[in-house]
Design a protein around this ligand. Sequence first.
Ligand SMILES: Nc1nc2[nH]cc(C(=O)O)c2c(=O)[nH]1
Ligand code: SF4
Ligand SMILES: [Mg+2]
Length: 241
Amino acid sequence: MIVTEQQPAPSPARDLLVSETFGPTFQGEGVSSGQQALFVRLAACNLSCRWCDTPFTWDWSTFDRSAETQHVSIIDLVRWAAGFETKLVVVTGGEPLLQRDRLTELAILLEIAGKRVEIETNGTLVPGAALAASATRFNVSVKLAHSGVTQERRIRPDAIRALADMSACNWKFVVQQPGDLDEIADLEARFGLEPIWVMPAGTQDASTLAVMRALADEVLVRGWNLTPRLHILLWGDIRGR
Ligand SMILES: Nc1nc2[nH]cc(C(=O)O)c2c(=O)[nH]1
Ligand code: SF4
Ligand SMILES: [Mg+2]
């Protein structure tokens, strides 16, 4: 573990603002899909995608913040994960990097406890040196125009470049229709993104399968990868899977 002056030593008593913890389940998306995983879903997000499937992590006009969130100490999260044989811990949100320093402490302590850590992020925030130096993998889901979020908010060149510099980083785009793929190609050319995963939008098994079928051939031609949302195919749009 590298502890720099900018990054204080882990203080496990400190809290993260958590939406939910669940698992073991399967990582449903991207490069590790199908692998057994535990999930820590952190609260709060800096975007507001119109099709967000986890608005209970951030949309306090619809959801009750005090009922939907809890402060959980880093050590309690590590103890919870250590209680399972499952090796992979996925930290998602919301946007986990809004709690960057404490997230860094959590990731480092989970790795010391023998876990592998993946962070699902929207690619708008820079991870920081200590997190970049850890073994954590970043599944970065930069949002496209159909999210309804302005380009200024969803495309942050400084954050994308910082993430693209890291080897343990992959790019996972939520796609609604084949016409969205050109937008990904533009980002690929501009920032040198690699590897790219295309994932269907949707929270129903039939609709995600239909989108994947419509995308598959063009994703192959472009040299990218395709991922289902395995948990949606298995269990539908329920929380905690
Ligand atoms: N099984 C399962 N896999 C997932 N991969 C990413 C998820 C997310 O909500 O970010 C997720 C999720 O919510 N469930
Ligand atoms: S970035 Fe993710 S959590 Fe945030 S609003 Fe968009 S889909 Fe929801
Ligand atoms: Mg989800």
